[in-house]
Design a protein around this ligand. Structure first.
Ligand SMILES: [Zn+2]
Length: 119
């Protein structure tokens, strides 16, 4: 890294330490910007794949956009209600929010949940 020439430590010059932190923050910012750009590209790609798959499915099956909208609303509603649902842990019996997927205390499986989930 280009900022590696600056010392970082408790006994170093405060100005050097500040310059080091500024340079480090600049590098961190650039890394984060690249990660965001990569994620945006990935989301765009997945969006295109999803749309293409939907058009194929619609053409082959005769399903409609209205039916897809209805199903999407059902899924959103189901996800929102599951987030609020409280369930017991099979291992330690504590009550946790189902949205966690497993016990936050011991990692155990939750009552009424499956081991594998497609989504
Ligand atoms: Zn538990």
């Amino acid at each position: 890294m280009f900022y590696s020439g600056f010392a970082s430590g408790k006994n170093s010059d405060p100005i050097n330490e500040t310059v080091y932190q500024v340079k480090k923050n600049e590098v961190d910012l650039e890394t984060t910007k690249k990660q965001v750009t990569d994620l945006e590209r990935e989301v765009e790609h997945l969006s295109i794949v999803t749309e293409a798959m939907w058009v194929l499915l619609k053409d082959i099956s005769g399903l409609s956009n209205e039916l897809l909208d209805e199903k999407m609303k059902d899924v959103i509603q189901s996800k929102n209600s599951n987030k609020l649902k409280r369930v017991g842990c099979k291992k330690c019996a504590r009550i946790v929010t189902a949205a966690h997927g497993k016990c936050i205390y011991c990692g155990g499986e939750l009552i009424g949940t499956r081991n594998s989930k497609i989504f």
